[in-house]
Design a protein around this ligand. Sequence first.
Ligand code: H53
Length: 818
Amino acid sequence: MKRQMPSTREIEQEIVGRVKTMFRKDFEMATKEEIYRACAEVVNDVVIDNWLTTQKSFVQQDPKCVYYMSMEFLIGRLLGNNMINMRGYTEVMDALDELGVDINEVEDQEPDPALGNGGLGRLAACFLDSLATLQYPAYGCGIRYHYGMFKQKIEDGYQQEVPDNWLQTRYPFELQRTEYEFEVRFGGWVRYDSQPDGTTKYIHEGYNAVIATPYDLPVTGFDNGMVNTLMIWDAKPKEVFRLDSFEKGDYSRAVEDMNLARNLTEVLYPNDNHIQGKELRLKQQYFFVSASIQRALAKYLRYHKDIKKLPEKVVFQMNDTHPTLTVAELMRILMDVHGLGWDEAWEITTHCVAYTNHTIMSEALEKWPQDIFKRLLPRVFMIVEEINRRFCDEIRAKFPGDEDRVHRMAILADDQVKMAHMAIAASYSVNGVAALHTEILKNVSLHDFYEMYPEKFNNKTNGITQRRFLMHGNYKLSDWVIKKIGRGWITDLSQMKKLESFVDDKKSLDEFMAIKLDNKKRLAKYIWEHNGIEVDPNSIFDVQVKRLHEYKRQLLNILHVMYLYNQIKENPEMDFYPTTFIFGAKASAGYENAKLIIKLINNVAAVINNDKSIDDKIKVVFIEDYRVSNAEWIFAAADVSEQISTASKEASGTGNMKFMLNGAVTIGTMDGANVEMYQELGGENIYIFGMSSDEVIAHEKNNDYNPVDVMNGNHHIQKVLQQLVNGNYSIDNPELFRPLYNSLLNTQCTAKADTYFVLKDFASYCETYEKIQEAYKDKYKWAKMALENVAHVGKFSSDRTIQEYVDDIWHLDKLDLK
Ligand code: H53
């Protein structure tokens, strides 16, 4: 039986009661943090009852279950999310109101669990939300990083990274489960033992071991009593450091084990779409993969005898190549622990694992040096060698005489272990994350593999959860939509189509835009409090928030702002609708150009915002520490959504969908899921510019793009590029932005220039932007366009995505919770 949240009155009493018992305080004396903790316990109480009921149904119904294997889960704060999903948000808000406390301030006390970098990690969190809402049994499997994504401080325009110690105080939503601990082994060597029956036993010796301890977090479904589990693994030494091991001469082993455990889960690597190839990262991968498989198999074997039937009950979805060790580790456990032969183990493994590819960027493709891999995981490496040997034979059988192809596709080649190749060789499904991306995988980047296994390839266009990104982040719009079309969209986003009947109704459009204005005021206040910049809520809010990466082209955006500023300076009377350009982005700590782009944005902001002569026509704001919690407010306040990646490079994008859901109009390239947004919206409700992916790919292939030619033909570009290096935006150090200038023009001839076609797309971007300016002046035209975006967002719910994964790949059974 689903347990409901109590009434407002009861919640109020419970909060007061909890404050008393937890902190020995009268409510009036409690800090905001203590009130947050009390609220969390009130909500937890309901969540845990439902968690127990869900577990009981699991045992009774024995459904097939997906293990979503991911190095990242960018879950964001859970209090608000759980209150929404338990249908108790308003009740808690009212109860707190009665007690004279603002719910936003209480929610603000929760650390933002930032166990991910960007799109990939947030997608995993949206998927868990949808799985629980659709009542599908699922476990998220990840790592309990002690330090999540760093906090970003901007000092003198530069990004500074500050550690994110989210576990400094106890996190109220996690539950340590020591009863599900497992051992994970690293290093050592493998001894062969011939058995009397002619088989060989492989014995792993001389290893270092750690104990993996899971912490379970509840994943609540919307209004259905379903609570799935996200297990994040922490490490501890197998044996606490003991003096007797010192006496036994094992001192260094004991210290090694302790250090290994201490380092393993310490920190999330802060790279998005870029792999650094650090040994510790490979250890992290093996650690959580091994522990998760062990727990999954233990759970399976508690209720089933026949390990060969594992694929009937278990599927491991590998989120990018990061958890690809799942393939070899599952093989190892099936053979070395459960005594199966190679063929039996391979049969099971290849029916249990599926792989999602999230990028075509070559720097994101994981390749591990074989020597490191072998030293760290000697037995697993042997298995990879055998997988590779058999896989190469299979290629030869299908394409006789084509040794080039064998070399291109091999898992072990060029002294490296190619993780994507192993993932594809073993998975029964390989999917891309947007239609265009999947086509590029099939026809270009994974073409060899597509020719070998066409049946494995499929597309699953990404999605987002409307519960967090509308109901929680933009409750005013959410309430308005409920008033207009009812509540069905909360679990069936396609119902947003019903808003079509209001797109020509001026009264409705007025209401809709009044909500946008309120949200802009909320963000303007945030900007004032955090940046000390006054922005006009009546100006156009033009927003680009996402990770800083050259392919995402924040540089194109800021160069365009510099161009607009030049235009206004040259023609002060020019007709220009005041616009606030808002940026938010973290750069990987070692990514020099990305960090310099942040500095450029901040310097441009300083110059423009302080230039009285332009009458506040342009304001530029860089929002510090962009993260899930402030993102919700930013999406709600946006008029224009910037989705301007170089066509073919953004696999899907999910920010684009969050803006659309909140009624922003997109300016974007035909890249990733923008293409499908265009199809859903029709050309009138989205602004498309720039080269197509085919054109980009052709230029890359032919190597025939010369940015200098583009510059020579466009004096606006010449001017902004000059301003990059003449001290206009860096008076003290005119050379400061030279590396960006060089990256575009390559005057040094050290590398390829303008890899991401910023200059090539510049003119088209400027022209298209003028149309946005024009459109915004017509209030109802704009309002209609914005509402059309909400009305056509249905496809981009992660509920739709998850249903497709279930239908085509996972084949899960819904849990009956009655
Ligand atoms: O994954 C998102 C996509 C987005 C893509 C992103 C991503 C990462 O965040 C990290 C690594 C990686 O390979 C891909 O860049 O386009 O929307 C979810 O699929």
